[in-house]
Design a protein around this ligand. Sequence first.
Ligand SMILES: [Zn+2]
Length: 532
Amino acid sequence: MLDSKIEGVTVLDGTGAPGFRTDVGVTGEAIVAVGDLSREPAGTTLRASGLTLAPGFIDIHSHSDWRLWANRRAESKIRQGVTTEVVGNCGFSPAPVNPAFREELRGFALYLPEGMDFSWQSVEEYLNRLDGGGLALNVIQLVGHGALRVAAMGFARRKPTESELAHMKRLVAESLEGGAWGMSTGLIYAPGSYAETEEIVELSRVAGRHRGFYASHIRGEGANLLNAISEAIRIGREAELPVEVSHLKAAGRPHWGQVKEALALINAARAEGLDVTADVYPYTASSTTLRTLLPGWVLEGGVEAMLQRLSDPATRGRIRAEVEAGRTGGENLAANAGWDGTMIAYAPSRPEAEGKRLSDLAREWGQAPLDVAMDLIVADRGKAYVVLFQLDEADLTVALADPHVMIGSDGSALSPHGELGRGRPHPRSYGTFPRVLARYWRDQRLLSLEQAVHKMTGLPAKKLGLKDRGVIRVGAKADLVIFNHKTVTDLATYEEPHRYPAGIEYVFVNGRLVIKAGEHTGSLPGRVLTPP
Ligand SMILES: [Zn+2]
C-alpha cells in the first residue's frame, strides 16, 4: 500500500524532457512508483487531472538563514513550491562564530530574529540547532567568507596575516566537514570586500578539496561587471572548484546590455572545461542593505564603528563628498540606481519611510538624500534595506534564456504575519518561481515549460551534486510541487509584497504534504541536507 498517490497528473521530470500524463506513488520519503497506479491502494489519493507535477523547486540563491530561524514554516518559499533552499550566500552565514568577535558578527548579520544568539561556534553546531527545531523545507548551507573573515580578524581592512589566513583555511575545512556545501563571497560587502583575489583563491582551494563549490556575489555588477566575472572565473580556475555567479545582472543604465558579454565570458570558461554557471531572479529591481551604499572604509572595525563615524559631522562630510564623486571604493549603488530609483524597503524604526524613494523622502524631510540614508542606517543600526530600480528587462531575458542560467530568488522565507510581514521587501521572496512560469513561459514563451522547470530543479540539482532530488523517478526523494499551469502566477508587487502566489496547489517535502489545496499544513518534514 502506498502512502500517497497522485492520479492523472502531467509529470515534468525536471530534466527538460516533455511532460507525460501518469500517476505517481509515494511511500515514506521516496517516489516508489511512476505509471498506471489505478489498482494500487493508497492512504491518500490526490486526483490531479489538469495539474502539473514537477520536482520541488530548488532555490539556488537564498538568504533565509536569518528568517528561517523565526519562520520554520518557511511560508513565502514553500508556497512558491520551493522544497530546498541554498543559504549562506553573498558571504553571510550565521556560523562559524569566534566568541571574541561575536558582536561583530551580530552587526554583520542581515537580520536578527529572536533567539539567534550566536551561542554556537562551528557550522556543524549551528546546523544541529537549526535542524533540531524542524523545518518546512530542506536547507543546504554555504559558509560565508564574510563570516569567516569576521571570525579570524573582525572587520580589519587589510590583508590577513599568515596566521589569520591559516585560521580561515582551518575554518573552511571544518565548515565543509561540518555540513557546508561550499563557500560564498560577497565582494561588495565589508569585510569580504577587503579581501584580495589571492585570499579567495587560497580559501576556495580548501573548499574545492572538500568537494565544495564557490558561489559569489561578484566584486561589481555595474561598471566593474566584466572584471568581476573574470575574477570569479579565475578563482574557479586557480582553486579548481565549480563556480556559481550569483544573481547575474548589469546594474545602472550606463551598463545595461552587458549581461550578454558577461555570459560570453562564462560560456568561454565553460568551453575551457571549467564548471561555471549563474543564477538570476525575474525582476528588474535588486535589493540589499542600505549601508551598502557607503564607501567601504566606513565599515572598518564593524557596525559599531560605522555608527560612530556616522554621528560625526566631519566624517559625514567626507562620505558625502566621496559618494557624490563616485569614489566609493567599490560598487556605486547611489549612482547606479539614483536617489529616485532607491526605495526604502525596511526601516522598522521609521516605518513611514518604507515604500518611499530617497528623492521623495529628501524633499519631505528637507534633507539631502544621502543624509536621509545615513540617518536611517543609524536608526536601525545598519539593518535597514533598500530596493534598487536599476536593471533592464532586456538583460534579464538574455540571462533567463541562457541554458546555463538557473533560477535563484535572492530572497528570504518571509510571512505576511507578525515581525516578518513588516516593511516593503522585494517581492522576489514571495514570487520568484511562479513569476518565471507565468511571465516567461505562459505569457512570453521565452522558455518552454519544461525548460523553465529544469532551471528550478534538474539544473541546480546537477550543480549541487544532488542525486536524489530535482528529478522525478522511482527512488528519488518525494520533494514535489503540483501546480495549475493555467493559473500559476506571482501576486507580490513592490507596493504590496507580502502576497502569496496563486496556482501552487500541493507541495510535498520528503514525502509529506506541507501545502495542501493551497494551504500550509503546519508540517515540518524538511531537514538540513548533508553534502554528498
Ligand atoms: Zn548578493
